[in-house]
Design a binder for this molecule. Structure first.
Ligand SMILES: Nc1ncnc2c1ncn2[C@@H]1O[C@H](COP(=O)(O)OP(=O)(O)OP(=O)(O)O)[C@@H](O)[C@H]1O
Length: 314
């Protein structure tokens, strides 16, 4: 069954186009990894898909309904973990969950049971009486996720839930997402960490500048760049290297400069390493060279000529 679909959706913020004719189908049981750099349009996509923001063109369908997709009944079938952590700091963890469960219409014994289950599910079973002010960023985030789960949504949307949290909580969240899927939840997960997508997504959707530029399973996407080789050269003075001249070397497909690192994508078997290095060394000192196996980052790099994340960005 199609859980959600967008057809030709266009969303503008004054003259800026945030969603540029977006088509997306999400099937029951999928974990969609929505991958894109800052400003790609991921949050805007979520906001239009959930009816939080109006859009200029196109159609959204939720749970097979296109006439009134944002009905209360449909909204109650969804859970949203927003980019900003939204928990009440003056309430205990358990009271937070009771509040959100109440918003979704849960009552009495059922509400109590679901609250305890949600706490357990995110690994906060023994922290219910604690105030979130005493929590680490990762624990707060897990509480925030639990708040979106008490009503057992069929479709859970998570907007960059692991930004700025410790690796342990991050792994916990990724495991939680996988468990939710096993329990029948469909998930849309946005991130700019390709490792996360590689770990959990059943399908990857890559966005840039308001457009979906590629989709497929991790394996399918990586196959598209397997005819390419990637080399990273760390240099002392990257700015003095003439990128245009590098791009003219036979076999070179793309050259990207990021901090003090030059990434060069070439066709497999180009045998152009010597020429590349000779040219680079004419302009700067070389500190190190590495060749990597292709990954999702390379798919993005090949498609857009940009890194998913800037060097040094969290
Ligand atoms: N409320 C707003 N008013 C004006 N422009 C906006 C607004 N929200 C988003 N935009 C613009 O729309 C584009 C898409 O932004 P969006 O937040 O959807 O991207 P994103 O992929 O979620 O980025 P991030 O990873 O930083 O959250 C950006 O150019 C952004 O500046």
């Amino acid at each position: 069954m199609t859980i959600a679909s967008m057809q030709g959706v266009v969303k503008r913020y004054s003259s800026d186009i945030a969603l540029d004719y977006v088509d997306l189908d999400i099937q029951e049981g999928e974990i969609i990894g929505l991958l894109g750099p800052n400003g790609a349009g991921k949050t805007t996509l979520i906001q239009t898909l959930t009816g939080m923001t109006p859009f200029e063109r196109g159609k959204v369908e939720l749970f097979g309904q296109s006439k009134n997709p944002f009905s209360i009944q449909n909204k109650e079938r969804m859970g949203l973990v927003t980019q900003e952590i939204t928990v009440f700091e003056e309430l205990t963890a358990r009271e937070n969950l009771h509040f959100f469960a109440g918003v979704y219409g849960l009552k009495g014994e059922e509400k109590k049971r679901r609250v305890e289950e949600a706490l357990e599910f995110v690994g906060l079973g023994d922290k219910g009486a604690k105030m979130p002010t005493k929590f680490s960023g990762g624990m707060k985030r897990r509480l925030n996720i639990a708040c979106a789960l008490t009503h057992q949504p069929r479709f859970l949307i998570m907007d960059e839930p692991t930004v700025g949290i410790d690796p342990q909580s991050r792994n916990y969240i990724l495991e939680t997402v996988k468990k939710l899927r096993e329990n029948g939840t469909t998930i849309l997960y946005t991130t700019h960490y390709m490792e996360e997508v590689q770990a959990i997504a059943t399908r990857v959707v890559i966005m840039d500048q308001g457009q979906i530029i590629k989709e497929g399973t991790v394996e399918e996407l990586i196959k598209t760049v397997q005819h390419e080789e990637k080399m990273k050269i760390d240099v002392t003075d990257a700015d003095s290297v003439p990128i245009n001249d590098l791009e003219k070397i036979a076999g070179v497909k793309k050259v990207v400069l990021s901090g003090s690192q030059i990434t060069i994508i070439s066709a497999v078997g180009s045998g152009n390493l010597d020429r590349i290095l000779t040219l680079v060394k004419e302009y700067t000192g070389v500190l190190g060279i590495q060749a990597d196996k292709p990954n999702l980052e390379d798919v993005f790099l090949t498609l857009t000529g940009k890194q998913l994340r800037d060097k040094g960005e969290e």
